[in-house]
Design a binder for this molecule. Structure first.
Ligand SMILES: [Fe+2]
Ligand SMILES: [Fe+2]
Length: 347
């Protein structure tokens, strides 16, 4: 419960900024507009044709889904910010389902769930997987630690702001459809995301400090629309797919478990790279230094919740969590493989 007397005590100038740092929606891409207006058969034909060119296929999928999730989240970059359009929304919801299926089966292609003897064995598998998977020690983060130029790191920081700018909304979506200890843990996580009730403790407030310190408010908004590479959307789109399909509620939990587990090993190396090029002032680094402390605990809580969950999780439920974990690993590694040469060229 909040104290009504000091509900505005923690307002600051930084809080006056609109968040997330986006420009109002401009217009649909031509190809996506054509896709929205097509019937199911024509949409399928367009996707089959695109598969022949993986670059064009990936770009179309990720940019289109990015626009759809901007609509789902409803900030100023939504095609329908605080407005409705029944016909367009029906089309976008149809496109969402078609494109998510395409992303899952023809782009992410997560590893299948291994044959495990029981739900408990599945939880053991998840616990090991959270510590050891091909994303944890991915060479992309060694590149950031030891080689990336200041310019490349600044570009990377922009992408991190964008990737994490609505993480509290994502955790809020993740709570829906859970029960018992799993819900308790995720609700506590959301309260952490929201600064345990202090505006300046919101995790996104740390991102505000980063953008402010870099004097990047205007340029970031322009750059994200004009220049951010399509592959920087892969992990957000993968997670948003699972968060916004009720049937994937447990997959979303598994996905978040993996990405929380990545935070310390990734952020430690990001911080090393930032210090190397002199980007280690407290405003720029606070988001990373605080998360390197908090997120190992969030990972442990999420595993612990699975073990004591009542009613006891069934094997099929744990398998869904594992599939979500595999989906996140696929999305993350695909994105790092693309970001590495992109940022190395961004010297
Ligand atoms: Fe956070
Ligand atoms: Fe966290």
């Amino acid at each position: 419960m909040l104290n009504l007397k000091n509900i505005a005590d923690d307002l600051s100038e930084l809080q006056d900024r609109y968040w997330p740092p986006v420009e109002p929606f401009n217009r649909f891409g031509e190809r996506f507009m054509a896709f929205l207006e097509s019937d199911a058969k024509a949409q399928n034909g367009q996707l089959v044709a695109l598969r022949a060119s993986p670059e064009a296929h990936g770009e179309f999928l990720q940019l289109a889904l990015g626009t759809i999730y901007a609509y789902i989240f409803g900030y100023k970059d939504s095609p329908l910010f605080l407005s409705t359009d029944d016909r367009l929304e029906v089309r976008m919801q149809v496109a969402k389902i078609v494109l998510e299926r395409e992303m899952l089966e023809h782009f992410l292609k997560p590893r299948p769930v291994p044959a495990l003897s029981s739900a408990e064995a599945g939880i053991d598998y998840l616990e090991r997987l959270a510590l050891e998977n091909e994303g944890v020690l991915h060479p992309f983060f060694d590149f950031l630690a030891d080689q990336a130029s200041e310019r490349a790191l600044r570009t990377f920081l922009r992408l991190e702001v964008i990737r994490n700018e609505v993480v509290d909304d994502e955790v809020a979506f993740l709570i829906v459809g859970l029960q018992g200890t799993m819900k308790k843990v995720m609700t506590s996580n959301l309260w952490d995301e929201c600064g345990n009730g202090r505006l300046q403790g919101f995790h996104t407030y740390w991102l505000r400090r980063l953008v402010e310190r870099g004097e990047d408010w205007q340029e970031l908004k322009r750059w994200r629309v004009a220049s951010a590479p399509w592959f920087s959307k892969i992990t957000s789109n993968s997670f948003n797919m699972m968060l916004t399909r009720s049937g994937y509620a447990y997959r979303a939990y598994g996905s978040f478990l993996m990405t929380e587990g990545w935070v310390k090993p990734h952020f430690d190396r990001i911080l090393k790279g930032m210090a190397r090029v002199g980007l280690d002032d407290p405003d720029t680094s606070v988001y990373f230094s605080r998360h390197a402390q908090i997120d190992p605990h969030h990972t442990a809580e999420m595993i612990a919740a699975l073990r004591v969950q009542r009613p006891v999780l069934e094997k099929a439920e744990v398998d869904e969590i594992i599939l979500g974990a595999h989906t996140a690993i696929s999305a993350g590694t695909k994105m790092y493989e693309r970001l590495h040469p992109y940022l190395a060229a961004n010297a």
